[in-house]
Design a protein around this ligand. Sequence first.
Ligand SMILES: Cc1ncc(COP(=O)(O)O)c(C=O)c1O
Length: 399
Amino acid sequence: MTTETSPAQSAKGQAPAAPAAPVAASDVVPYAHTRLPDTERELLREVLYEVGTDPEQKFILGRRTAELERRLADRADVRDVVACASGTGALTLALRAIGVVPGDEVIVPAFGAEPLAATVLGVGAVPVFADVDPVTMVLDPVDAESRVTDRTRAVVPAHTFTTMADMPAIRSFARRRGIAVVEDAAVGQGATLGGRAAGAWGDVGLYSFFPVKPFGMPGEGAVVLTDDAELAARVRRLRNHGQDGVQRFVHHEVGFNSRFDEVMAGFQLGRLERADAMITRRAAVAGHYNARFAALRGRGLLAPTGGADGQCHYVYAVQTICRDALATHLAAHGIGSRVYYPVPLPRLAAFAAYAGQGADGRRPGAELASARHLALPLNLNLTDSQVERTADVVCAFFD
Ligand SMILES: Cc1ncc(COP(=O)(O)O)c(C=O)c1O
């Protein structure tokens, strides 16, 4: 991306004047819109009734959860999927299952979601923050590899916005250096890279079903994915207090309560056939934004590029050095936007002790990503005209 400012941009760098007239309600485009569609409200009601009146009366980790696990394993073409209570729980289970112990180091992106680092600390290990690529805003494999030491146990790439993390490069250096890959695909369900599903590239991966995620649901939940049968068995044991599922109250190790709810399993199964259509719609919105914004590259707006391969459609974020002014301009026209991670993780008070000093503490890609990104509306409730209006208002800012 060019960081030069055009004259038009400099002028727009100041907060533009608000439009004279208030925005009509019909022109408002909210950033987030998690209203369950009517068909899904009906599905939720039906599943709730079915589970509640099922003679089995099994509400947690029952046959629906097992079926959801099997169906998701088929879809991602992995050997095993284990459902658990949240994406944060899935990260914790994955770290424990691959054998991360107190004192180990785990490499995580410096720009991203807080659980990436919090879960590492939660299992007693040390988060080592690697820089991200300033354009794609995902883990930079070269910087990540440069931070490997003989205490490094794993690297945790995360898919964040449109472009998936460079999984081939990350797998390749991890193999070479003898460390595990935990692929945080919390937001990447439905994406593929080189024909392989997001979540299936790591030794272990995960999807979150938090409501706003691509296959989010009206509740908390997630799954862990792996091709390694032993690892899957360990995740299964850890999610249920270290029990093996055969003999109750015999705890093989200290685990967690990270189980999955049958109502949510029934709900996810009931709309699994729609998952592809949901991703296709999100991809169409992102593709439309990409096409409209391609011409703005020379004017200071960097939008995601590339074809369908390796693209996630959870959050659509553009980058510009006029980010705050663009957000103000959008708000003045009734269009919501969001800054996800205004500060790189190692500069948050929570993780400052792990930020590193001197060259180790420098992460220019993460600083740029934090300062420049702005997410635009991308959700299943957007109409085509709302997408068009959002694109028009963004384009007008750079005119
Ligand atoms: C990349 C990433 N990893 C993990 C999580 C945690 O997932 P959950 O909210 O299901 O705990 C999130 C949540 O936003 C996330 O974005």
